[in-house]
Design a protein around this ligand. Sequence first.
Ligand SMILES: *Cc1c(COP(=O)(O)O)cnc(C)c1O
Length: 725
Amino acid sequence: MSIEAGASDVVRTSQELERRLPEPLRPLGRIAYNYVWSWTLDGPSIFKDIDPYRWELFQGNPVRLLLDAPTTMLERAANDASVVARITELAARMDETLADAPHSATSPIAYFCAEFAIHRSLPIYSGGLGVLAGDFVKEASDRQVPLVGVGLFYRQGYFLQRLDLSGWQHEYWTDQDLERLPAVRVTRPDGTPLTVSVHVGERDVLAHIFRLNVGRSALFLLDTGLPENHPIDRWTTARLYESSRRIRLAQYAMLGIGGVRALEALGIEPGLIHMNEGHAALAALELARREVARGADFRTACARVRERVVFTTHTPVAAGNETYSAEELLAVFGDFAGRLGTSTDEFLGLGRCVPSHSYEQSGVTPLAIHMSRNVNAVSRRHGEVARSMWQSLYPGCTVDQVPITHVTNGVHLPTWMCPSMSRLFDRYLPPGWMAAAANPETWNAIESIPDDELWHARMFARSRLVDFVRARTVDDRLRRGEPIEYVEAAARTFNTDYLIVGFARRLATYKRLHLLTRNPARALSLLDGPRAVQLLLAGKAHPKDDEAKQIVRSMFALKSSPQVGNRVAFLENHDMEIEAMLVCGCDIWVNLPRPPQEASGTSGMKAAMNGVLNLSVLDGWWAEAYDGNNGWAIDGNIDSNEHAKDDRDSAALYDLLEKEIVPLYYEREGNLPRAWIRRMKAALRSLAPRYCASRMLADYERTVYASDRSELERVAYSSDGYAHE
Ligand SMILES: *Cc1c(COP(=O)(O)O)cnc(C)c1O
């Protein structure tokens, strides 16, 4: 068995779906069970055209659409020759793609992560980490890198967001019907579900394994929502980022230990385990337990594990690097420590920065670092921050010697580039440009695109966004019970000619959304007048983060100003769909993290691929990407006086908008903002080849995955400056 484990279960289930469809639509059953449709030309539009209403209702879930669309709708599509021809073409395109198998189907990379953002209809992600993981799995598929993702199948996913009239966030959750997603329970030859079991606290917790096809990659998700489990244990895979610490530890046990056991049950022997963020750190301990069970002593077991485990750290923020007390850990893992053939203190020490400091709490990040062959951060600056943050794990190393390298994140172009842009690039860039996106020369031809054509592609994306925002905002305001005049303002909201500034991401406080309105008078005056600025906001605050919720509410207090109704919108329930609309349609993408807390950031990369200009603090990826011509920057210095830093940075933000960005945007020559377009071209040429996922994956292959030491050293001494060995 290999990467194909469980594939026959998917085939069987998709054939069942096919049999329910009118003959001409049958290929859709197969198409629906591989997410590659979502980044294949015409994939989304075919499903949408069959039943646009249910397509929206089901969040773009094709399995649900095909199961629940009324027969009349299906028959109508089946009798439409053009729809049938499109289906045939799409099926042929997908079959052609999938016919090229990964370069090697045995020993794949097993990529463990707590969240994956594959598509908006699969709500098992919260933000940047999940998007990175989803893009990684897709890019591996495109490049035929053998990879399986391992994660948890949260039935309730991440929360859905509603704001009330005061702007206060409320959370709610809905149950997914797992059987109506393109996810299939893996079975044994006798037809019963393949099951893994992990001892958590006092009980064995059982999980089923679901397989989801993501192009050539497979994603395996564990589900504990089984009647055999205690109700508390069923909750293990109920919600992403559960706030109960006890349940979180159970989640880490299921992801790490359960994930490794699932691979074993599936017959997959990974060549490498990639723990993407610390949530998966227990995978390494399960591998060590297996070595101990085969007779190795604990130290030897750890050394062997270290040869095949790599770890990526994704944030310097404390909430992403949780620590736990001995009592908390032993309550969940007491039994497990015994099976490692070591003392309790040595077990707990693996999670400490200094293992002998028994007063130190244990954390998942130190554990992952101790157990990994390679550790990397996700941007050059984050590499520096991580080396200094984790220096105590490397006694005798100066900060510069700490062997934590970096691979800067990148984004999956076919997922995040809007169709109007990629159609334009099809005409002007060399054939096969998408596959050659990591090569800077591919993008030289940007200069040959006539200004008016580039501008029209942007205008097209912007007007699509404006339509979307109007419709969403009317709905949001009606649902909140806003006065009808304010609802009506939403229908007029957003003029297609005015500059649009966007800000959307998780609303963690360090992302400093509040800088936008720190000086309300200046903010409001930007919205006014013949050179108006329009502002689009979206984002979810963690349910326990009242400070972040308070920031959104204080912005709502400005809503009584007349400009605000027409020029500002907060789109509720930020997700991949809203994100895709925004990063394609805005003119300026703003990011205001408090340095040095932004590990990378990826939303600005998505924006850059679409010709949207970044205005960002020089932190995360922007600290290495900004070159003076490809956007705008706010100083990235660290200041322990947060208040003073906030004042300065928000003043810098208003200054740039007032003095540079607004004038440049509205300065027209023959109806075109020529200087703006020059900047767009500079941004595309400098950023697209560097911040696409194909460059990222190639970097991982050369510097992190390469098992041959000589290869690692060769890379370290090459001149590209990626590696810090
Ligand atoms: C890309 C993305 C993010 C990441 O945004 P950052 O600005 O990098 O923090 C968060 N949420 C969603 C839904 C995204 O698509």
